[in-house]
Design a protein around this ligand. Structure first.
Ligand code: UD1
Length: 385
């Protein structure tokens, strides 16, 4: 029996982990699993609602971490996760994405010689001022198995000297979830609740520190969105960080921009998939809109997901109001075609390929071809002192 320990911590992790848990359950005669939630996100709206929406089991273990600076967050996660690993003794730790919990848990696993599989490996924005970029680079250096969503990710890893035998392109797990939940999302009543008709509004999300922690950049983006809102109502489910900054900077949303609480997965899917366009600085939404061909304006100057521009419906517009407004007008006037296509292997079966690979590599280890070992007895004893 292969023993897998899955880690989730923050909102964008849940939709990546849900299909992996389901795929492991389909192979339950060969694999057992434990789900650990680091507690990085803890609100009902940022965390709990997703477990119901995605039909995920409750975490087996939840760490008491809560908010703090990134360093404090990680410093709280690491000793708690170390205890978990020592008591659980898994064959693999599976981490997803690029949040602080991802690198914190990967680092602990590497110290205890537990094998690490990183899902969504190889994405690069080449912008090290983004906390997520540093998390990606370091997690990929530590991982034993790098499961990538696209060819550009493979190329990034090879360029960084990661041996080719550790890299496996499996496709995009978040799109597994999207396809699985699309039908259920159609029962959401969110459009009625907000009195919206399909294609007659835009959806906005905003939470990156570079956009929201600086009053000038937040002001510029809100100005641009306000200008778009004169022609098309904008619905803005606002992240707690962004709500806090708007209060701190004494900013209110412009006329036509409706700020609402963060939405659960199904309501949010129903919202953005019916929007005429989305405006966002999220990583995940760039991919999700690409999979369904919804025009997406990304409020950043770079993206770690270039395939969403090359093949999908995404455009980078930064935080410059003129650029944002000009791109939105093109969509409003119907002058541009955003008919992209879903990249190869974004087909709803990435999680099955991941589990297949984990099982195959575990069996190889049993036959003596891999030599990484589990937590040692001295390490266990040291822990208890
Ligand atoms: C994190 C991820 C980011 C992801 C985003 C999605 C990192 C480095 N960043 O950013 O990649 O796109 O989540 O949501 O891990 N807060 C609450 N309730 C919560 C969670 C957070 O009120 O449940 C507030 C806290 O005041 C916290 C702030 O939001 O300080 C920011 O949360 P944090 O986890 O530090 O990072 P995010 O900005 O959410």
């Amino acid at each position: 029996m292969v023993k897998i320990l899955n880690v989730v911590g923050a909102r964008p992790n849940f939709m990546k982990m849900a299909p992996i848990i389901a795929a492991i359950n389909r192979r339950s005669n060969e694999v057992s699993q434990t789900l650990v939630h680091t507690g990085q996100h803890y609100d009902e709206a940022m965390s709990s609602v997703f477990f119901g929406d995605l039909r995920m089991p409750e975490p087996d273990i939840t760490l008491e971490t809560r908010s703090g600076t990134p360093t404090r967050q990680m410093a709280r996660i690491m000793p708690l996760f170390e205890e978990v690993l020592i008591s659980q003794q898994p064959d693999w730790v599976v981490v997803v994405g690029d949040v602080n919990s991802t690198i914190a848990c990967a680092l602990v696993a590497s110290k205890l010689n537990v094998r690490i599989a990183h899902v969504e490996a190889g994405l690069r924005s080449f912008d090290r001022t983004m906390p997520e970029e540093v998390n990606r680079l370091l997690t990929d250096q530590l991982a034993d198995l790098l499961l990538t969503p696209s060819a550009d990710a493979d190329a990034n890893l090879l360029r960084e000297g990661i041996p080719a035998e550790r890299i496996v392109r499996v496709g995009n797990v978040m799109i597994d979830t999207l396809f699985q939940q699309l039908e259920r999302a159609r029962y959401s009543t969110i459009l009625d609740e907000l009195e919206l008709r399909p294609r007659e509004f835009a959806a906005l999300t905003l939470h990156r520190p570079a956009n929201v922690d600086d009053p000038e950049s937040l002001g510029r983006i809100l100005f641009a969105v306000g200008s778009i809102a004169r022609e098309l109502p904008v619905i803005f489910p606002a992240h707690p960080r962004t709500q806090a900054r708007m209060r701190e900077f004494d900013m209110v949303a412009p006329v036509g921009v409706r700020v609402i609480a963060p939405l659960g997965y199904l309501d949010f899917l129903q919202l953005w998939s019916n929007a005429q366009m989305t405006l966002t600085d999220s990583g995940g939404l760039q991919e999700e809109t690409t999979a369904l061909g919804v025009p997406c304006l990304t409020l950043r100057n770079n993206t770690e997901r270039p395939i969403t521009i090359e093949q999908g419906s995404n455009r980078l517009v930064g935080s410059n109001p003129a650029r944002i407004i000009c791109a939105a007008r093109k969509i409003l006037s119907g002058r541009v075609s955003y008919a992209g296509r879903a990249p190869e292997l974004w087909d709803g079966h990435a999680a099955d390929r991941i589990v297949e690979e984990l099982i195959a590599r575990s069996n190889r280890k049993l036959s003596g071809q891999q030599h990484r070992h589990r937590v040692t007895e001295p390490q266990r004893r040291a822990m208890k002192v």
